[in-house]
Design a protein around this ligand. Sequence first.
Ligand code: FES
Length: 110
Amino acid sequence: MTLNFDGREIPFKPGESVAAALYRSGVKSWRITRENGRPRGLFCGIGVCFDCLITVDGERNQRACLVSAQEGLTLSSDSSLTAQTNCAQTNSTQPNSAQHAEQTEFEGEL
Ligand code: FES
C-alpha cells in the first residue's frame, strides 16, 4: 500500500495517518512558513497546531496528521504553492482567520 508524495511512493500501514507515513519514510517537512520560509511538518500530531498542512488529491490545507492514509492518495508539498498562498490570503481554501492568527502566532514562537 502506497501514497504518492511529489512523485515519490510512500508506503503506509493500515490505520496510519498521512503524516505518520511521511515521517516514517524520512519526510520530516512538506511545507514552509509564509514569512520566513521555515520548514514545517508533523508537530502536535492531534490536529491542533496546523503545522502539517498539505495538499491531498488537489485539496489544499489538509492536516496531514488527521488524514487517513489510503491507497493511491496523491500528496503535494506546498513549497511550490507558496507564492500563490502569499497572494491569496482571502482565498476560501485558506485556514479561517482565527486559525491563521493562531498559526502565525505559533510560528513566531519557533
Ligand atoms: S501536526 Fe499539528 S495539526 Fe497536524
